[in-house]
Design a protein around this ligand. Structure first.
Ligand code: NDP
Length: 434
């Protein structure tokens, strides 16, 4: 805290993880001796840079770009880029720190990193987005590479932005290095199922949690926050697995559709038209309502999937969900539940899937994209989805069994943190003091 003051989100992420690692440190005195905890929360490298660009009116604009290369014990740094006005060094560090453990849990050879800029893509023209991405990559290209650091998308960075970033990287380096970025389009090195992966993975994870506790998704009411990439595909897979998604949201409010959300209509409004969720009731054949300015957690449900942003589900929302008999919560977003909310869920015995496990499907499929790029191959949708499903099942089993092994049955937070940490710790130990 002394070394990085004013990085509230980062401190929150570190505290949440360290709180659960005490039994591992007790079991492995060599970890403490090698100061692994102190080392793991200090990024290997942090890059902060100016991103100048010219808007459509001819005015010069300046943003701040970041890439935090946190830990490369298991492989090249891997993690998304976020373009959003709320991006600060503290936010990027919290995301990068979480990413180390998440990537470890996938069992794949990827380290942890994260980046982004305080750029607001909302209401920007295509031309402005392109110029911003080109300027951002003009600095970033010096620091990334297939064997070094492989960024992907996150909030505000989708296939369009990855396209502009990849184009500029290719132009600056004169190399068609497919493996330098993931989340690419299918015609130029992208992987099938990457778009769907995080949301699908979250749905698989919650289904596994319920099954392991003698329950299922059949006929369950599910509420999802957000209506972006993660939310859309979580809703789609939940429906395929038998659940009924009755509400979702965006930053302006939520929609309630007790007949079941029409995901194709949400896709049209949010993905294609980049519009607002308030459009849904006007265009749906169902009797749906839009509730402006309120969080979706007031809708009674059995399963809640926060898939929007950090700290969006607080103690008040958690109490409401518990009062309405929620049985499971899984984080599709990164750290969407506040520590107070998590504690309330734990005390009430609600099944809780932390983001680093429940939303790991996205980065796992990015690692599969890297595999395909390295072998100049392209897998079918069915094969890619079967790999994703297998990875999510393994992550669930790993968290479940680790929690049991450390005397905390059903505590997926401890299971995920301990299992994720142990793999990184063993590699760091093997490399000596670096
Ligand atoms: P998108 O930008 O596609 O979507 C974000 C959605 O959340 C939008 O619908 C946005 O609404 C909504 N939103 C933002 N703030 C709020 C709020 N306070 N209340 C309600 N809704 C809100 O992002 P992604 O879906 O890609 O990412 C969502 C989360 O998942 C992030 O935490 C991200 O880090 C995490 N994640 C994403 C992965 C991926 O593969 N995409 C992988 C792993 C984690 P609006 O349209 O109004 O802005």
């Amino acid at each position: 805290i002394e070394r990085s003051p004013a990085e509230q989100e980062f401190h929150q992420a570190v505290e949440t993880i360290f709180d659960t690692l005490e039994p591992v440190i007790r079991k492995h005195p060599d970890y403490a001796q090698a100061k692994l905890l102190e080392r793991i929360c200090e990024p290997e490298r942090q890059i902060i840079f100016r991103v100048p660009w010219v808007d459509d009116q001819g005015y010069v604009q300046i943003n701040r770009g970041y890439r935090v290369e946190f830990n490369s014990a298991l492989g090249p740094y891997k993690g998304g880029l976020r373009f959003h006005p709320s991006v600060t060094l503290g936010v990027v560090k919290f995301l990068g720190f979480e990413q180390i453990f998440k990537n470890s849990l996938t069992g794949l050879p990827i380290g942890g990193g994260k980046g982004g800029a305080d750029f607001d893509p909302k209401d920007k023209s295509d031309n402005e987005i392109m110029h911003f991405c080109q300027s951002f990559m003009t600095e970033l290209h010096r620091h990334i590479g297939e064997y070094t650091d492989v960024p992907a998308g996150d909030i505000g960075v989708g296939t369009r932005e990855i396209g502009y970033l990849f184009g500029q990287y290719k132009r600056l380096t004169n190399r068609y290095e497919s493996g330098v970025l993931t989340g690419k389009g299918l015609y130029w090195g992208g992987a099938r199922v990457r778009t769907e992966a995080t949301g699908y993975g979250t749905a698989y994870f919650v289904n596994e949690m319920l099954s392991a506790h003698g329950n299922g998704l059949d006929d369950r009411d599910v509420v999802v926050s957000g209506s972006g990439n993660v939310a859309i595909y979580a809703m789609k897979k939940i429906q395929e697995l038998g659940g009924r998604v009755i509400a979702c949201s965006d930053s302006s409010g939520y929609i309630h559709d007790s007949a079941g959300i029409d995901v194709e209509l949400i896709k049209q409004i949010k993905e294609v038209e980049r519009g607002r969720i308030s459009e849904y009731p006007k265009r749906s054949h169902h009797n749906a309502t839009f509730v402006p300015g309120r969080a979706v957690w007031e809708v009674p449900c059995h399963v809640a999937l926060p898939c929007a942003t950090q700290n969006e589900l607080d103690a008040h929302a958690a109490k409401n969900l518990i009062k309405n008999d929620v049985i499971a919560v899984a984080e599709g977003a990164n750290m969407p539940c506040t520590p107070e909310a998590v504690e309330l869920f734990r005390d009430a015995g609600i099944l809780f899937g932390p983001g680093k496990a429940a939303n790991a499907g996205g980065v796992a499929t990015s690692a599969l994209e890297m595999q395909q790029n390295a072998s100049r191959d392209s897998w079918t949708f069915e094969y890619s989805e079967s790999r994703l499903k297998e990875i999510m099942t393994n992550i669930h089993a790993n968290c479940y069994e680790t929690a049991e092994e450390y005397g905390r049955p059903g505590d997926y937070i401890s299971g995920a943190n301990i299992a994720g940490f142990t793999r990184v710790a063993e590699a760091m130990l093997a490399f000596g003091v670096i």
